[in-house]
Design a protein around this ligand. Sequence first.
Ligand SMILES: CC(C)(COP(=O)(O)OP(=O)(O)OC[C@H]1O[C@@H](n2cnc3c(N)ncnc32)[C@H](O)[C@@H]1OP(=O)(O)O)[C@@H](O)C(=O)NCCC(=O)NCCS
Length: 172
Amino acid sequence: MLTNIKIRKEITSDNFQKTNILDDCFGVNRLNRTVYMYRKSLPIKALSLISCFKKHPMKVVGTISFYRVFVEKTDCLLLGPLAVQKKYQGKGFGKKLIEIGLKKARSNNEKICFVSGEYSYYKEFGFDRIINKNLNISILGPLSFEDLLICELKDHAASLLKNNSKLLPLIN
Ligand SMILES: CC(C)(COP(=O)(O)OP(=O)(O)OC[C@H]1O[C@@H](n2cnc3c(N)ncnc32)[C@H](O)[C@@H]1OP(=O)(O)O)[C@@H](O)C(=O)NCCC(=O)NCCS
């Protein structure tokens, strides 16, 4: 992992570079993906982070956001989108965004974070398959998240969740 990576809060002027990275990584049709049904509100500002080189703080290399979601009345986080500019992938920018993002989430008293992603990538950050927590949580839309993963930010927080329930977005 590079040692000259900086993580900072996202600012409005990052928007153009951030959108380019997301379009490049997920395609311009990304807004039609099921997960965007959970991204109709604004992402949580305090957890919207940018990775960059220490020497070039205004040049966006990677981005992470978290959205508010609910399982019944329990408020949770949904991690994503997470993306790193293609030419800088595999150098630790993504890892650092997740580590700092989850650390900030814990200090903001968040209890549970979900992500739809590859278990092989997310397991080292404490994510597990919901099925391993004996949970059955369905999602909006016709598709299913093939890999809905959960990270308990507080010990045993998954026990707060009602089983056989639905993951719902925040409606503004
Ligand atoms: C996924 C992504 C954010 C990871 O960021 P990154 O900066 O490239 O990854 P890092 O350098 O932090 O990766 C750290 C480790 O994860 C591994 N890794 C990367 N992608 C992986 C994957 N899909 N599955 C398993 N391991 C993966 C790397 O090999 C590296 O392992 P190491 O530390 O043992 O060497 C980035 O590759 C990306 O933007 N991909 C396209 C968009 C995407 O898929 N986003 C995630 C959607 S859930």
